[in-house]
Write a protein that binds this ligand. Structure first.
Ligand code: ADP
Ligand code: MG
Length: 697
């Protein structure tokens, strides 16, 4: 199919082609990201204002929103600044009513409600001091025009300068252009759920008659949410099918290298690790290319699973790559893997952006010659000039920044490398489906035994002195601590200033030789030196900004202090806390907060105290904050859904995935009747990029 279906053209035309939308309205809409009629369609009302027409106040059941005929008696302007302007009026039966305005323009109010005039007003009627009043009526019209005030008024998103009626007019004009599109939802599903067709769903969603019609559970909204999830999953399924269609290599290995490492390990693998390794081994042995996500909580032992996978790839005659998001983590991986690599008898090397000159040239030569089995590094691994002899498996660690788009691009590059992505962000299943729906999923839902729980406490920063005294005491006992400084806005510079202040204060209290500082703006060498000194136990306290990767493994550290904890996401707090509790000693995590703590903030932090289960924490975080914030849309590769709400409509996400995969399996070219309808959906929701991956290659 060449391009966007013609039926959709009117929806993608300029806004000003819509009746009643001039340049001024268009400019206002644009401020809300609404630039085409199609955007108006998905700007659904967030609420509905219900009103009742009263012939007299005697019928009122306050508080309620009413439409009423009144006669203005006079004005009582404010006697002092800050007091309201009162308009005194009576209803048809002569009952008194006050209409109250704060800071109205005198000219406007005297012209709108002149004494003696009859008007139709609408607003929330309240009883105050035994008097009826309406504060800031939402409609004031000449008498006799009550019919113009809708009894159920949709509350559309607005922006300053854009009125409700103006917005409604624009939406109505866009709805008038709805084309008849073929149905892309499976008819059985549609019937089972009792969903309206697409156009009907939009009309209903824009004209709610009550609160149930704006709820995510309303049939119209669920249908539109499903459209969105289904389109997204279909795009992912296309990418996935494309990936799988490219011939991979059926890797042949006996598991001999893996056995050597098992024999050398001082501990047995967990059941979850065994399952994940089996899933990965099966993928590697199959002729399709692997595209798998390994998800597991901090400390679940992902690295070992990844290493086992790399050994299988290496045993089959290929090479492996392990990419970490930062230099420090790459080094740490190298150190951690070295003993296992020795046990397996493979050659391992490190490549980072800091390598240069002859050393780099020599490494690249050995890599190209196949003398290096496993290359560990940062994104430098995939930079130009780095050529493997035969890269069989790439493992990407902790890459939440590696979104669907990048994975799509990797598929487009078309090498035959298998891919394993590790993430320690324990995201709820509904989000995992949305963010990683093109990948197969292995979950490490079990931690190695023997880990001691981390004792977590919430402490007001008014008690900072006591905390520092306790820290001094712990340091004297030979313990080690991280001190994470708060996120100050979105600014590295301010973060840094806060961290430096804290560093100075702690150095003064504990002795400068006992405290090290690391932050994102340090030269990498200095940062490594500070980290190394901490890891070696030479410096007991490490002050850090979150900019620096705290993903390092220092088992001796048993105290984690997080300042300004209320400003962190729960998952982030969980990640940070996961840095302690790795050794034999009992560990503590102190969450310092700035009082007063709001209700929500307190509830969030209390979850940290109650649970160490990353999945539970992530679910709670999602419930409290909503999906966008949990992952950070930009970071996660998670699309911004306009209708779908992953929290309350999680069931739809799973359904959309299986449905999308089933459709594509039955109709790989999307050429059946339903397949062609689904193409319309992809165009409509601008997932058409995936269509270019269909059919070809
Ligand atoms: P993750 O990357 O999932 O956060 P790691 O791979 O860093 O976790 O593992 C954390 C620690 O647990 C490492 O020191 C690792 O050697 C150790 N470990 C891994 N698997 C096991 C196991 N089955 N039993 C005991 N310890 C393990
Ligand atoms: Mg790790």
């Amino acid at each position: 199919m060449a391009g966007r279906p013609e039926a959709l053209f009117p929806l993608f035309a300029p806004l000003e082609r819509l009746e009643g939308v001039g340049p001024k309205t268009a400019a206002l809409l644009e401020r809300m990201g609404i630039v085409r009629p199609v955007d108006l369609l998905f700007a659904l009302p967030h609420g509905v204002a219900l009103r009742r027409r009263l012939s007299t106040l005697a019928e009122a059941v306050p508080p309620e929103t009413v439409v009423l005929e009144i006669e203005v008696e006079g004005h009582r302007p404010p006697v002092r600044r800050g007091r309201p302007w009162r308009v005194l009026a009576r209803d048809a039966a002569g009952l008194p009513l006050e209409i109250v305005f704060f800071h109205p323009r005198r000219q406007w109010i005297e012209r709108t409600l002149p004494a003696g005039a009859r008007r139709t007003v609408s607003g929330k009627l309240e009883e105050f001091d035994g008097r009826w009043q309406i504060v800031h009526p939402d409609h004031v019209l000449p008498s006799g025009r009550a019919d113009e005030i809708p009894l159920a008024e949709p509350l559309h998103p607005l922006t300053e300068g854009l009125g409700r009626r103006q917005m409604r007019r624009a939406v109505t004009a866009a709805l008038a252009r709805l084309p008849a599109l073929p149905e892309w939802i499976d008819p059985h599903l549609l019937a089972r759920e009792g969903w309206p067709g697409w156009a009907e769903a939009l009309r209903l969603a824009h004209a709610p008659q009550g609160p149930e019609d704006v709820a995510p559970s309303s049939p119209a909204r669920r249908r539109l949410a499903y459209d969105e999830l289904f389109a997204h999953q279909l795009a992912l399924a296309i990418a996935r099918a494309r990936w799988r269609r490219r011939p991979g290599i059926a890797r042949r290995f006996s598991g001999a290298l893996q056995e050597k490492v098992r024999a050398a390990l001082p501990f047995p693998l967990t059941g979850a690790q065994e399952r994940a390794i089996a899933e990965i081994n099966a993928d590697l042995a199959a002729p399709q290319r692997m595209n798998r996500l390994l998800q597991g909580d901090v400390g679940a032992g992902k690295t070992l699973v990844a290493f086992m996978a790399l050994l299988a790839a290496i045993e089959s005659g290929g090479q492996g790559a392990l990419m970490a998001p930062t230099e420090i983590l790459a080094r740490q991986h190298l150190q951690g893997l070295r003993p296992w690599a020795e046990a397996a008898g493979i050659t391992i090397a490190l490549l980072t952006g800091r390598d240069g000159g002859r050393a780099r040239t020599e490494k690249l030569r050995r890599l190209a010659a196949g003398e290096i089995d496993l290359l560990v590094g940062t994104h430098a691994l995939f930079s130009e000039g780095v050529a493997f002899r035969d890269l069989a498996l790439a493992v990407i660690d902790e890459q939440h920044r590696f979104g669907v788009r990048q994975r799509l691009e990797l598929t487009e590059k078309g090498h035959r490398t298998d891919l394993l992505v590790m993430t320690a962000t324990p995201i709820p299943r509904s989000l995992a489906l949305a963010a990683y729906g093109d990948m197969d999923l292995s979950i490490l839902d079990e931690k190695p035994p023997g880990r001691r729980p981390v004792k977590t406490a919430l402490v007001s920063n008014e008690r900072l002195e006591a905390v520092v005294a306790r820290l001094a005491h712990a340091v004297a006992e030979g313990r080690q601590a991280y001190w994470v400084c708060p996120l100050v806005e979105e600014s590295d510079v301010l973060d840094l200033a806060a961290a430096e202040d804290r560093y100075r204060a702690l150095a003064a209290a504990l002795g400068p030789e006992r405290v090290a500082l690391v932050h994102g703006q340090m030269p990498p060498e200095a940062r490594d030196r500070a980290m190394a000194a901490f890891a070696a136990g030479e410096v007991p306290v490490l002050v850090a900004t979150t900019v620096i990767e705290v993903g390092v493994d220092v088992p001796a550290a048993s105290i984690m202090v997080i300042e300004g904890a209320e400003r962190f996401g729960l998952s982030q707090l969980h990640q940070l806390r996961g840095r302690v509790g790795r050794g034999a000693a009992e560990s503590h995590c102190l969450l310092l907060y700035t009082p007063p703590l709001g209700e929500t903030a307190r509830r969030r932090l209390e979850i940290m105290r109650e649970s160490e289960d990353g999945f539970r924490i992530a679910e709670e975080d999602l419930r409290i904050r909503g999906a966008g914030d949990v992952l950070g849309t930009a970071q996660s590769g998670l699309p911004r859904f306009r209708v779908a709400d992953l929290e309350s409509q999680a069931d739809l996400a799973a359904l959309a995935q299986s449905d999308a995969r089933a459709l594509l399996a039955a109709d790989p070219a999307l050429s059946s009747e339903r397949g062609r309808a689904a193409r319309h959906l992809l165009w409509l929701l601008e997932k058409d990029r995936a269509l270019s991956l269909l059919g070809a290659g």
